[in-house]
Each structure stands twice: as structure tokens, then as C-alpha cells.
Design a binder for this molecule. Structure first.
Ligand SMILES: [Zn+2]
Length: 73
């Protein structure tokens, strides 16, 4: 299976509504590759940290190998 690219991970994360206010306006989006132990234990390959431009919440979104969102908090 082809691993989703960093660019695609960012797009997937931005398409996810803010868990706090439900808006889709994010600033300071940063994508980092997950540490190897999290890839193995949770299947998360990308970690996206985003700052909601509407309510100010800090979100962390974990994205799997196939582009699915594993968790959002
Ligand atoms: Zn928000």
C-alpha cells in the first residue's frame, strides 16, 4: 500500500472539522511523521497539529497509512 504523502495528510486534516467548534478554519498547520513506535502500535503515520482560527483550540490529528483519520483531539 502506498503511504499517503505529507501534502495529502495536511489536506485530510484540514478537511476535518474542529473538534471544539465544528469550523474548518485552521492556522499554523504542521505535519510531522509519527515516531516508529506509534506507527507500530496505533498505525498512525502522520501527526498533524493545527490551531483553530475560529475558537483557538489546538488540535492533534493522527493519520493512518491509507489516509484515514485514526484520532482527532
Ligand atoms: Zn474551533
Amino acid at each position: 500500500m502506498k503511504r499517503v504523502t505529507e501534502e495529502r495528510a495536511e489536506r485530510i486534516a484540514k478537511a476535518h472539522a474542529c473538534v471544539n467548534c465544528g469550523e474548518y478554519s485552521f492556522t499554523r498547520v504542521s505535519v510531522t511523521s509519527a515516531p516508529e513506535e506509534r506507527v507500530e502500535s496505533e498505525g498512525v503515520v502522520w501527526l498533524v497539529e493545527m490551531h483553530c482560527g475560529v475558537c483557538g483550540a489546538e488540535l492533534e490529528i493522527g493519520i493512518a497509512l491509507d489516509g484515514k483519520i485514526v484520532y482527532a483531539s
